[in-house]
Design a binder for this molecule. Structure first.
Ligand SMILES: Cc1cc2nc3c(=O)[nH]c(=O)nc-3n(C[C@H](O)[C@H](O)[C@H](O)COP(=O)(O)O)c2cc1C
Length: 505
């Protein structure tokens, strides 16, 4: 594989972090890329996001325009035939359900997944020649090969993955780029070490032929030098770079190291051991970016002084005008911050993934005990379901946020269900795509980083802000919003051949 262009090798100083569900969509990623930095779309639940946008009549026609560029037009026609409602749903009409992923998912779902990932990247890349990334969670395994292939068909430049140990990704990307069949190992709870379960994916099944595609760079999101070293030591698992995320970041956080302890509000207690040894990360010789509470010009300078190529920023972009956060929620978040009322809780219980999750305490959302207890539990998106071995030897799927009785019948424990939020339904609602129920729309939940109030003070002085305002603020006097910062030569020369290809755009 040769360099994709002969432009000088550069890495972005600012990565706009991938934010699910649909908070960092193509509009935000494209706006950031046009400013010369790296825009990242969230790949989480994109199939449902697109099915629902199609159910709303595809306002603006963006999805249909992108689908028209898909290399296999009959696949796009089948997806439109299933989910597109010209003129959109009638008022109060629920969205058409998307089937849930299984070890062998229905073909209609796989086609929707490939197409949605393709289109989100395709749209993000229009109007500039900068790179675009896509972000997935290792914890959500079943859609991964289909989603990756769709994004690669769209020309994605970087893949980011956190929330787990993404050791299989480098080889998976190598094979998909060649158009080879892949088998992606799936963790099944209760299965013995000898058993192996996998999702298989054959590129010709969706595009009718074997295509050679550019191999995107792979950036692993880590919160410890131990995990970074483990991934870097074997060429088969070595990523092309790292995002090193601190537990102050919005979204999911790594749990504290060592024995679990929490404060009186159930927040996990972090200590010295959770501060990442950046010297050890730098010594691995791969480019890295710092994330979590570093969204300031000083944060960028400090990051670069530690050997990082720059910073990854979430919260500041989540609240900007191009973000997919519903405008009504954005206004409420800003108002609550300005009145000094915000509180961001690191909730050890909320996420069915088991990882701590930052929850902004905001009335009318699931952080409000009255809203939480009024919601009837259901599981119909199912991305955070865990496959488990049933007593009859078959594979079942369960989620601690599903109805308690169903979870117990599947062998889960009651203790696991306490305080869980259905993040699938809630986060879709946060992006304005909540399912309509008999009792009303699904309630949202808002995640923000610990740095929220400072950012609102700095960026929100005159009201709402744009992605360009965030980038200009972060770069400060370091060369203006248009100019990505060249990475010092030693880092690039230490990087793998693949990462050179990646950054060579
Ligand atoms: C609203 C929101 C959603 C996020 N969703 C994801 C996600 O789906 N996957 C992920 O790897 N990181 C996610 N993050 C983390 C960001 O990508 C980024 O690393 C983090 O926000 C950086 O810290 P900061 O919030 O202090 O800027 C999310 C962050 C926010 C604020």
């Amino acid at each position: 594989m040769g360099l994709r262009s002969d432009r000088p090798a550069r890495l972005p100083a600012v990565i706009q972090g991938g934010m699910g569900v649909a908070i960092s969509g193509w509009r935000l990623a494209r706006a950031v890329a046009r400013l010369g930095q790296l825009g990242v779309v969230s790949g989480t639940a994109l199939e449902t996001v697109h099915a629902r946008r199609l159910g709303d009549g595809d306002p603006g026609g963006h999805l249909r325009r992108a689908y028209a560029a898909f290399p296999e037009p009959t696949l796009a026609e089948r997806v439109l035939g299933r989910w597109f409602l010209p003129g959109g749903r009638a008022s109060g009409q629920p969205y058409r359900d998307v089937p849930m992923f299984l070890l062998q998912s229905p073909q209609a779902l796989r086609e929707l997944t490939v197409l949605a990932n393709f289109a989100e990247v395709h749209l993000a890349k229009i109007g500039h020649d900068g790179p675009i990334g896509i972000n997935y969670l290792e914890k959500i395994q079943l859609p991964t090969p289909d989603a990756l292939y769709g994004a690669m068909l769209g020309g994605v430049d970087y893949v980011f993955m956190g929330a787990g140990i993404p050791a299989a990704l480098p080889r998976l990307l190598d094979k998909l780029a060649l158009g080879d069949e892949v088998s992606y190992r799936i963790e099944v709870a209760g299965a013995s070490g000898g058993e192996s379960h996998a999702v298989r994916f054959r590129p010709p099944d969706v595009v009718g032929r074997r295509l050679g595609l550019a191999r995107p760079g792979f950036v692993a999101v880590v919160s410890s030098s131990t995990l970074a070293s483990f991934l870097a030591k074997d060429p088969a698992t070595r990523p092309d770079g790292f995002v090193v995320e601190h537990h102050s970041a919005g979204g999911h956080n790594a749990p504290p190291r060592g024995p679990a302890t929490s404060d009186e509000r159930g927040q996990p207690l972090y200590g010295e051991r959770d501060e990442v040894d950046l010297g050890k990360i730098a010594a691995l010789g791969l480019p890295f970016w710092l994330a979590g509470g570093c969204a300031s010009p000083e944060g960028l300078v400090r990051a670069r002084a530690s050997g990082a190529a720059g910073i990854q920023v979430g919260t500041a972009f989540a609240l900007c005008l191009e973000s997919g956060l519903s405008p009504d929620l954005r206004e409420r978040v800003l108002a609550s911050s300005r009145s000094g009322e915000t509180e961001v809780l690191t909730d050890g219980r909320a996420s069915p993934s088991g990882y701590p999750f930052k929850v902004l305490q905001l009335g009318g959302t699931l952080s409000d005990p009255a809203v939480y207890s009024a919601r009837r539990r259901r599981c119909d998106v199912g991305l955070l379901r865990t496959p488990y071995l049933r007593p009859d030897g078959g594979i079942g799927y369960r989620c601690p946020s599903e109805p308690v009785g169903a979870y117990l019948r599947k062998g889960g424990s009651r203790a696991e269900t306490a305080g869980r939020i259905c993040l699938c339904n809630a986060l879709l609602s946060t992006a304005g795509l909540g399912q309509q129920r008999a009792a009303g729309p699904e309630p949202p939940v808002v995640t923000m980083g610990d740095d929220l109030d400072r950012l609102v003070r700095v960026l929100g002085e005159h009201g709402a802000w744009s992605a360009a305002d965030v980038v200009a603020y972060l770069l400060g006097d370091q060369g203006g919003a248009q100019a990505p910062i060249a990475v010092p030569a030693p880092q690039l020369s230490a990087a793998s051949g693949l990462s050179k290809e990646v950054v060579g755009r």
